[in-house]
Ligand binder design. Structure first.
Ligand SMILES: C[S@@+](CC[C@H](N)C(=O)[O-])C[C@H]1O[C@@H](n2cnc3c(N)ncnc32)[C@H](O)[C@@H]1O
Length: 188
């Protein structure tokens, strides 16, 4: 089954374990320390982080290729009377004009991408406004789970941006796995 159908089925049949309805503390810390602007969440799932950002004054757009996730994200935003935009699409294909965003967030999308990582990284550099931020959370690559996770060498994909902060930790969940949180900055 293709990844897109796999995720769509998951959202259609049950609440995935990552869909906690809570934004991660590292994102909340970022929001507390930066003025609002335009934000894009790649692989936004059911929209929790876009809704959090919108509540804090950000203009948020979420993209996910699982249509069912986008349906739920729109329902959640409506239920909370939050203005946010959600688009169904693949992050390696969707189009935005250059310099559209002050913040691009990826919580768990890049880690599962088997192809298109170079295109993905190029787009982020293009879509970010000067002085913008790219925040990436990913589980780390482990040889027992092939084609999944971020490898050290993947960091060079984002060489056009400046790595400001890196936090190595572990995910919370039924299986503990090493993870990485990266904060990149696009210099003006
Ligand atoms: C682990 S989930 C995380 C979802 C959300 N960020 C969260 O924290 O709840 C990964 C998400 O990325 C989406 N995704 C994976 N590859 C994608 C792609 N190439 N384009 C768009 N969405 C993608 C999946 O459908 C899924 O919703």
């Amino acid at each position: 089954m293709a990844k897109k159908e796999f995720f769509n089925l998951w959202y259609s049949t049950r609440r995935p374990q990552w869909d906690t309805g809570q934004s991660p503390p590292l994102l909340l810390e970022f929001i507390a320390n930066h003025p609002p602007g335009r934000a894009l969440d790649l692989g936004c799932g059911t929209g929790t982080n876009v809704i959090t950002l919108a509540k804090m004054g950000w203009e948020g757009v979420g993209v996910d290729f699982a249509k069912q996730a986008i349906v739920q994200a729109r329902q959640k935003a409506r239920a909370e009377s939050v203005k946010a935009q959600f688009r169904a699409g693949d992050v390696t294909r969707i189009r935005f004009p250059p310099q559209s965003f002050d913040l691009i967030l990826d919580w768990g999308c890049f880690q599962g991408m088997e192809a298109g990582r170079e295109i993905y990284a190029q787009r982020i550099s293009r879509w970010l406004a000067p002085g913008g931020w790219f925040l990436l959370y990913s589980l780390k690559y482990q040889p027992d789970i092939k084609e999944f996770g971020i490898r050290e060498e993947d960091l060079s994909l984002f060489a056009a941006l400046k790595l400001i902060r890196r936090y190595d930790g572990f995910n919370e969940g039924p299986v503990t796995r090493p993870s990485m949180w990266l904060e990149f900055f696009k210099e003006p």
